[in-house]
Design a protein around this ligand. Sequence first.
Ligand code: ATP
Ligand code: MG
Ligand code: MG
Ligand code: MG
Length: 576
Amino acid sequence: MKASQFLISTLKEAPADAEVVSHRLMTRAGMIKKLGAGIYTYMPMGLRVIRKVEAIVREEMNRAGAIECTMPVVQPAELWQETGRFEKMGPELLRIKDRHERDFIVQPTSEEVVTDIARQEFRSYKQLPRNLYQIQTKFRDERRPRFGLMRGREFIMKDAYSFDRDAASAKASYERMAQAYRRIFDRFGLRYRAVAADSGAIGGDLSEEFQVIAATGEDAIVYCPDSDYAANLEKAEALAPRSDRPAACAALVRTPTPGKSTCPDVAQLLGVPLATTVKSIVLATDRLDGAGQVAGTQIWLLLLRGDHDMNEVKVAKLPGLDAGFRFATAPEIVEHFGAKPGYLGPVGLKRPVQVVADRDVAVMADWICGANEEDFHLTGVNWGRDLPEPAVVADIRNVIEGDPSPDGKGPLAIERGIEVGHVFYLGTKYSRAMNATFLDEAGKPQFMEMGCYGIGITRLPAAAIEQNHDERGIIWPDAIAPFTVVICPIGMDRSAAVREAAETLHDRLAASGVDVLLDDRGERPGAMFADWELIGVPHRVVISDRGLGEGQLEYQHRRDSAATKVAASGIVDFLQ
Ligand code: ATP
Ligand code: MG
Ligand code: MG
Ligand code: MG
């Protein structure tokens, strides 16, 4: 590929709404272009990455015996009424009408359609097990589409569905998929963890999420460094014994600050940027005078231990701040704040928050909250349990770092992750609802046992970037890089030798199957290098007259701090 025949459109600035690094870098690298909230064009450079992700997933799905098909994006509502999901699914399901006023949906997944196929096609036990999959556009009208491709409304998912004759066989199918997922995520070259997830009403342990480890992840995962115990927070909580630990463990620190309290000042005070994810919520309080005016010169920070659903909460990041903090119990906090009126407000939050503790905390009702903006405060903040439906919930968890792991092998640690895949044993939930039966050996109809298996194809590149970037841009793992090698000729328009060497190298690499791009745009070296560092191509070869004079080229990996000289004659072998 030659740059002059491709579309390279890098930007200096990221859009203002881009909160996480992957969103910023994908936009700046010209990989995605926003069309509407959670709706993006995959630009040529981005599509190359997506296609590589797809290819790996497809290869491993096929290897595991799954069969590819493509189901419609727009699906008649009748099927969804059979399972009740047309009504039950709520506003995330995009419902549309055609010209005859008939109801349709845009697929968020495809259990109904695939079960409809199965009940027509798989009539005998001899046709089972079978696994059908597609790599196809999905639409979910997410409450908060954000972070670019990470949580889009329109996105690409690989969704596979297994059909088996009995539970034992279905579990084997599930295991085969879980194995395939390990191979897939190993191939992507990312750090990830397979964690136990809640399998919902059907029970059992057969639900795992594949989480790419990243500080900006929306999910919290609980693991034991000394064993292979790992679960998502919800699952870990469900299993955790309810101890007599105070429900709201918190650290209190008393910090003097002049003047009025404005929470962004808290972040400044601590020298930390406002960030979207962190394990703790920072609350600021002011001392009030009798008339309810801010009289105080102090801010109280309340550091909740454990982990919280951060979907709605902007918090300040507090690296290393635990030192010197005193941990207070919920009753202490209640006593402290209960003794005098006060303000209570998470940083950056502009709506009332209710901090829901699961037990033994007296309800603290109708606090004044906020100080998020100068002279701006909120009322109606509640703290406690059995509270009415809150506007925002910051749930105090029952599992915290240092708790013993359920397998008894060490203390638990908590880190953040990005859910990139999910495998799930469904049992007969859908086959019963849709009467999907096959005839067993005795000629008796039986409900098919099912499993479903998703991978967020377009979320994956974003997760990869969250894990692999530096101040200059993206650093793609080879497996999913848009191009693996970029050739940067210096002075190609002036030097016939450079042009010839660059083109020859390009052709030779291309012929031996390397995904190579020759930057023949005639950019100045600085601008050219900056572009490729932003785009994140892992291997760069620089060709110049000076190097050629010595029979050498310059090679630099995206992670290297300096270039290495490589003999021009040996470069093809070197790159393979
Ligand atoms: P999340 O918890 O992030 O909302 P989910 O549990 O609702 O995801 P699943 O129904 O398990 O998602 O779908 C399978 C996979 O599809 C997920 O593991 C994720 O990688 C991807 N995915 C889900 N929602 C989105 C989205 N809005 N944008 C991009 N990818 C998504
Ligand atoms: Mg979801
Ligand atoms: Mg999830
Ligand atoms: Mg999921």
